[in-house]
Design a protein around this ligand. Structure first.
Ligand code: PLP
Length: 431
């Protein structure tokens, strides 16, 4: 088999991904934190480092021109992936930086004092904290809209909160903690009817459902990260509607983002470079572009269908374990490939540590969603997140291991465990 091309058969071969190929017995169930990177992405980045390593935009020599062409081609490829104009695609260090640029740039300038920012209680800290900081600086109000008992957006609660005061609505397309797929089309429609702008966090959607900028007139801003879509770390994307990006002043100053610098003032470069100060992540942009080609070669809808069948299988298996509580929507149609759960009487960190001993990598904790954990009244959950290289056999091994973990804890501590054996003191207490 050729290691350098995307095998069209799902599940994707482990041989396509060096970390999976080099750790034969590893069961990697933490793709929502970071996905595995295929050879094709590493090859594209290595080719830059080995063949035409140089800075971009300024070099008047062949390899620099080649690097510039590759970097701008990467931008054009991202633009095609989300159906936007390349001028609307800004490379950042990650989704977090992209959200901070929106807060420090556009929102800082254009949301008037006294207005409200609405965010869902599902959000990752990256889609909460920048808004909290902005609200404090500018005298804005940050309000959270709630979820239903099974972890879906409570659309009635959201609709009731919308008003003339709403300046901005910030929502994730997929919850990184529960896997909930949010009703973004309706959220966008209702927000626009209230004349509010919309920020869509597509960090957990880009590699599973896509991140289309032309969805119903489009969200005003979209953010996502390369490392959650088979790409490298250190790169993210900020998409913004052209007129909004044109309006805003740059957040970072330095080289590349200027047209002219005088001793007393400067003028700005045109989009997208106005918002990219300094040497950008060149290799990473090239890697992200290769990751997008990789996804395209397999087909996003094929990936999605496969992941849905895997998630369905995992949900069915987990539901058969009477000692497991699963969080998030019961209906697979409102879920992506993330499942959060707890084992009765066992702390999620203990579950993760014991699974690690069996070579199974999962995430446990608050998942950077402390407000959501407080809402669910749990200090932490265990979370598996699946990608196109995972298999049903891996789920079976997970389920067998969870049975063993439960049995060990119950043998050691008796049937009625109210206090986890290895409670970790630094977690927020359940209310
Ligand atoms: N938004 C969501 C939904 C996420 O899951 C994450 C990361 O887990 C982020 C934002 C932040 O992404 P990054 O750490 O790449 O900036």
């Amino acid at each position: 088999m050729n290691n350098n091309t995307a095998n069209q058969i799902l599940p994707l071969s482990r041989e396509l991904f060096p970390t999976l190929a080099n750790n034969k017995s590893l069961i990697y169930l933490d793709s929502a934190a970071s996905m595995q990177t295929p050879h094709v992405v590493l090859d594209a980045m290595n080719s830059y480092y080995e063949q035409y390593r140089s800075n971009i935009h300024r070099g008047l020599y062949t390899i620099s021109e080649k690097a510039t062409t590759a970097y701008e081609a990467a931008r054009a490829n991202v633009a095609r992936f989300i159906n936007a104009d390349p001028a609307e695609v800004i490379f950042t260090r990650g989704a977090t930086e992209a959200l901070n640029v929106i807060a420090l740039g556009w929102a800082e300038q254009f949301i008037p004092r006294g207005q409200e920012i609405l965010v869902s209680i599902l959000e990752h800290h990256s889609n909460i904290v920048p808004w909290q900081m902005l609200a404090k600086r500018k005298g804005l109000k940050l309000r959270f809209f709630d979820i239903t008992p099974d972890g879906q957006i409570d659309e009635d609660a959201f609709t009731k909160m919308l008003s003339k005061q709403t300046g901005l609505v910030c929502i994730t397309a997929v919850s990184n903690a529960l896997g909930t797929v949010t009703p973004i089309k309706r959220i966008i429609q209702k927000s626009y009817a209230a004349r509010a702008k919309v920020v869509l966090d597509a960090a957990q959607a880009a590699a599973h459902l896509g991140a289309r900028a032309d969805l119903l007139g489009g969200p005003d801003f979209i953010v996502f990260a390369g490392h959650k879509m088979y790409g490298p770390t250190g790169i993210g994307v900020l998409y913004g509607k052209r007129q909004l990006l044109e309006q805003m002043d740059p957040v970072f100053g330095g080289g590349e983002m200027i047209r002219e610098v005088m001793t007393e003032r400067s003028t700005w470069n045109s989009l997208p470079w106005k918002l990219e100060a300094g040497t950008p992540p060149i290799a990473e942009a090239i890697g992200l572009s290769a990751a997008i080609d990789f996804i395209r070669d397999i087909g996003l809808s094929k990936i999605h269908d496969y992941e849905q069948s895997l998630t369905s299988y995992a949900l069915d298996k987990l539901k058969q374990l009477p000692f497991i509580q699963i969080y998030g929507p019961a209906d697979i149609n409102f879920r992506s490939s993330i499942i959060s759960f707890n084992i009765d009487g066992v702390h999620a960190h203990d579950v993760a540590a014991l699974l690690d001993e069996k070579g199974i990598a999962i995430r446990a904790g608050h998942h950077c969603c402390m407000p959501l954990m407080q809402r669910l009244k749990v200090p932490a959950t265990a979370r598996i997140s699946l990608a196109a290289y995972n298999t049903m056999e891996e789920i079976d091994t997970l389920v067998t291991s969870l049975k063993t973990i439960h049995a060990i804890f119950h043998r050691t501590h008796g049937k009625k465990i109210t206090q986890p054996a290895h409670t970790l003191g630094n977690l927020a207490k359940a209310k």
